[in-house]
Each structure stands twice: as C-alpha cells, then as structure tokens.
Design a binder for this molecule. Structure first.
Ligand SMILES: Cc1cc2nc3c(=O)[nH]c(=O)nc-3n(C[C@H](O)[C@H](O)[C@H](O)COP(=O)(O)OP(=O)(O)OC[C@H]3O[C@@H](n4cnc5c(N)ncnc54)[C@H](O)[C@@H]3O)c2cc1C
Length: 459
C-alpha cells in the first residue's frame, strides 16, 4: 500500500495482508471495492449535507439528544440497499471470513456514516445476531424484522452503577417470574443509544437466580423501551459532553414470559455468543481510525510552517510519523492473526489473540490520535477538527469494550503457568549465598512436578 492513500478507490490491499493472501476468497476484492466505492462516492460527499440537515433539526429540538436522523440519512440507507450493502455485518458481510472482513471494517472505521448507513452500528448488530440466533419466530417478527429493516434501533442493557460490571456475574438486576410475566427491577447505566428516539428495544441482562453456579444465574429478556416502569433518568456525559448513553431505572417492569431469550439462567451463554465476530469488529475499525489520524498528521506536516519551515522538514515530525506507521502495522498484523485464528480454530481457541488485539488496538490508535492532536496544536482539540471526537471514542473504547486489565488477564492467565520452565530458572540464575547465610525468609521452591511435569527431569 506504500504511496497510496488509504481511501483511494484503487488503493491496493494493505501490505500486512500479504502473508495471508492465500486465505482470501474469490469474492473478497469485489466486496471490498463495493464498500470503498460506497464510502468514497456516496458517504464522503454526503457529509456536509448530513451535518447541515442535522444541525437544522437539532435547533428545532428542545433536547438536542432527541434529534432524529436527518432525511438525507434515509437516502444514504437506500443507496446502501441498492448497492447490496444493507445489513453488511450479517454473516460476515455476505459470506466473508473474519480475516476478509477485517480490512473492509477498517474503511468503516475511517469514514463516518458508512457503518450506520449499512445498518451495521453497535449495539444493533450484536442484538440482531442474538435474536437471529436465539429468538423465537414471534420475537424475530416483532423485533428482528424492524431492526433489520432499519425501522427501529435498540440498546443493550447490562452495566450497573452499583457493581463492577466488567465482571458480568456481579449484575444484580432481578428478573423474577410472576404468573405469565417477568417483573424486572434494577438500575442500569451507560446504555448506549437508549436516549435516541429511534431506539425502541432494550435487551436486558439480569438475574433470575441468586445461588448455584455463578454463570447459570443470568437471564436475558427483550423489553420494549416504552414499557411502563422503564425510567430514563438522564443522558450521560462523556468528557463533559452529553451523549446518547442512558441511565435507566427498571421499576417493576412487567414483560410477558415469551420475551425471554433462550431460557432462565442462560444469559451468560448468550452474552458469550453475542460477542462472536463482533468481538473484533471494534478493533478492525479502530485501525481505520488510526490510519486517518496518521493521514491528518501528514496533511498538517505539509501545510503548516513553524520556525521558518514546514513541519514536514522538522526532524521531530519524522519520528512521530514513523512510530505511527510501525504501530499501525503491529496492530494490523495482530488483528489479522486474531481473525485468522478465529477462522481456522473458532472464537474460543482464538481467545488469547482476540484479548491481545482488544487491548493493543485502541491503545495504539489512541496514542496516534494524541500525537495528531499535538501536531495540530489548538486546532486539534477544537470542533473544527475530527480528532477530538476520535480521541473521545477511542479513549472510551478502552473501558466500553471491556477494561484493558480484563483483556490483559485473559492473556496472562494463559501464560503464567504455561511458561514455568527449567530454561526460565537457568536464565534467572540464583544467588546461592541467600541460602548459605540464611538471612531472609525463603519463598518456597516452585513445584515443577505440579506446574511443568514434562520438564521435571531437566530441572
Ligand atoms: C462510552 C461507553 C459506552 C458503553 N456502552 C454500554 C452499553 O451499551 N451497554 C452496557 O451494558 N454497558 C456499556 N458500557 C459500560 C461498559 O461495558 C463498562 O463500563 C465496562 O464493562 C466496565 O465496567 P465498570 O464501568 O463497572 O467498571 P469496573 O468493572 O468497576 O472496572 C473499573 C476498573 O476497575 C479495575 N479492575 C476491574 N477488574 C479488575 C481486575 N480483575 N484486576 C485489576 N483491576 C481491575 C480496572 O482498572 C477497571 O478499568 C459503556 C461504557 C462506556 C464508557
């Protein structure tokens, strides 16, 4: 891809795909070209009109957060349908593998509106996948069809302010049977999109059992947003700006038992499935965001003069650009590896690589955006630059997509015992005088017999 712009219609494939070339199917190039054309020919030119129409509607609204999508967005959705790109995420973009989806998702992360216009926005995608996989025919008719037609939107309600929600077994919302109904009582927050007028459905995770195995207590139910007892308390702010994430009280909310997904105590099972391919879509899009942040650095370097010369002629900028390119290459390779592992061995087996990229991608992209803001000076934090919004998105992703530490733990758990070895012990070396003079309390010897029986004879 050297020398070519990321979003050119004729941009070659990322160099990082070269090692994986043999795994790309016959449809891949055509599908990728279709998405790039849609982004370049329809979405980018529509952006100024979208912003203007949205602003006009916003000014008419008492609460700006209740601004509906402007009419031109419907036009864009229709264009996505006409180009065969509607619900692109389903079945990995028309039968694409996870690896094939990755470089295409980068485009979705680089151009605003593309993802939403193709009906591929979170949390709808995850919710649609769940209802598609686990919903009854009636649930599919009532909720999945309008979601897939883009007539309504949805939200996913798991996180609670009162408990550490990175551990889903802590969730305390009660979903209790009462005759033919369930009654829901709980307090949720950060429920993305629930403020939007288009959002009509909440997929709620709670507990219907409070004892027994920790992963068999959770239950998921479908709750129409206008059900009595659903109280949207407030919209939450991100870095001081009001967003469409809702804080919600469920106060004796009654839904028919037929709204349950899969069965009582099976919510955790669903949430695992919910995070199938969607698990790495954020990471893939993040790489696209990093790519355009780097392009903004290069643009600024060619157009801004300081201390008598263009920024591009200052040595310090070269380091920023080179480091950004290296970081993008690293996360892209890791992302393609995670996607390939998922394709070859399934998501469970690919868990370690998925956790790695979920940790690494937003962190690296955030650093690049941070450098881009620095290179743009005050302009970079202003509303005239897209960088401040990009920074906000990536920073929140490091919590919203599971805190960094949770992904690190997934990786470390698989390393910490596996890597106990005689080689490690030899490399560490030891000070024999510690035992000889016996002035310190001793840490017990590692039990190689238990941790690495295969190496015991060599210790
Ligand atoms: C912008 C945004 C959008 C979101 N959208 C949604 C949504 O649509 N639906 C929804 O249900 N939720 C949503 N969330 C919530 C998000 O999923 C949670 O914030 C996340 O899972 C973390 O839960 P928590 O906030 O309770 O943090 P906690 O679980 O309290 O964790 C906070 C911190 O505690 C520390 N910590 C936690 N565990 C460990 C550990 N094992 N070891 C060491 N330290 C640890 C870490 O520093 C961690 O970052 C969103 C959040 C944001 C910011």
């Amino acid at each position: 891809m050297s020398g070519a712009k990321f979003l050119d219609l004729n941009a070659p494939l990322p160099d990082e795909l070269v090692p994986f070339k043999g795994k790309l199917g016959p449809n891949f190039n055509e599908v990728r070209r279709k998405v790039v054309s849609f982004a370049v020919e329809e979405c980018i030119p529509m952006l100024p009109r979208y912003r203007q129409e949205f602003e006009e509607l916003r000014q008419k609204q008492q609460d700006p957060l209740l601004t509906p999508q402007p009419p031109c967005f419907k036009e864009l959705q229709q264009k996505a349908k006409d180009r065969g790109l509607w619900n692109f995420f389903l079945f990995g973009g028309g039968g694409l593998s996870n690896l094939e989806y990755a470089p295409i998702a980068e485009i979705l992360g680089a151009v605003p509106l593309v993802n939403a216009a193709m009906n591929c926005s979170a949390p709808d995608t995850g919710n649609m996948e769940v209802i598609h996989k686990f919903g009854t025919p009636d649930q599919k008719r009532r909720f999945l069809e309008p979601l897939m037609n883009g007539e309504i939107r949805s939200a996913y309600a798991m996180t609670e302010p009162g408990v550490a929600s990175s551990d889903a077994t802590n969730i305390s919302t009660r979903i209790e049977a009462d005759g033919d109904d369930y009654i829901i009582n709980g307090h949720k927050w950060w429920i993305s999109g629930a403020i939007r007028p288009e959002c009509k459905l909440l997929v709620v995770m709670g507990k219907s059992k409070f004892d027994g195995p920790r992963h068999r207590q959770q239950t998921m139910v479908l709750v129409p947003k206008d059900t009595p007892g659903v109280k949207i308390v407030r919209a939450l702010s991100v870095f001081g700006h009001r967003h469409d994430h809702a804080e919600i009280i469920f106060d004796n909310v009654r839904v028919p038992k037929t709204n349950i997904l899969l069965g009582e105590g099976r919510g955790f099972e669903i949430s695992q499935a919910r995070l199938g391919p969607g698990r790495i879509h954020h990471c893939m899009r993040t790489i696209g965001s990093a790519e355009i942040a780097l392009e903004s650095i290069v643009h600024r370097a060619h157009s801004r003069k300081a201390f008598g010369k263009l920024l591009k002629d200052h040595q310090a900028i070269h380091q920023v650009v080179a480091e950004a390119r290296i970081e993008i290459t690293q996360i892209r390779m890791l992302c393609y590896l995670a996607a390939t592992m998922a394709d070859e061995y399934g998501f469970k087996a690919a868990r370690k690589y998925i956790a790695m990229i979920k940790y690494a991608a937003p962190k690296a992209a955030l650093k690049i955006v941070d450098e881009a803001i620095q290179v743009h000076g005050a302009h970079g934090v202003s509303q005239d630059s897209g960088l401040s919004a990009l920074y906000t998105n990536l920073r929140t992703l490091r919590v919203a997509d599971g805190p960094d530490i949770v992904h690190l733990q997934t990786v470390s758990k698989m390393e910490i015992n596996k890597q106990v070895s005689a080689t490690g012990r030899r490399m560490s070396g030891e000070n024999k005088n510690i035992v000889k003079y016996n002035k310190f309390e001793h840490v017990p010897e590692i039990s190689y017999a238990k941790l690495a029986p295969h190496l015991q004879s060599k210790v």
